[in-house]
Design a protein around this ligand. Structure first.
Ligand code: ZN
Length: 92
């Protein structure tokens, strides 16, 4: 069962059942991991150029790029593992 199904089970169960939903252990592990991915972690910076910063996700090592334009373009979450990325502290 995936994380989304777990969330839907909790929501539906709590809407319709009298007793709160009892998380199974593997569900609790998934939920905690998902919450932990919401805690921002700094990207590992490999190279910084005039227009881009390239680095990778601290959790899964997926490549990440920060583009320094007037309106900077970057991912707030790693598209591969869902880790929230903190770009602060780079000279972006
Ligand atoms: Zn990642």
């Amino acid at each position: 069962m995936g994380l989304l199904e777990t969330f839907y089970n909790i929501r539906d169960y709590n809407n319709y059942a009298k007793e709160p939903y009892q998380l199974k252990k593997h569900e609790a592990v998934e939920v905690v991991a998902a919450l932990e991915r919401q805690i921002p972690k700094k990207a590992f910076i490999e190279a910084e150029g005039e227009k881009t910063i390239s680095g990778f996700c601290p959790m899964c090592e997926n490549d990440l790029v920060y583009i320094k334009t007037e309106r900077p373009r970057y991912v707030s979450y790693c598209p591969q593992c869902g880790q929230k990325i903190d770009w602060r502290g780079t000279s972006a």
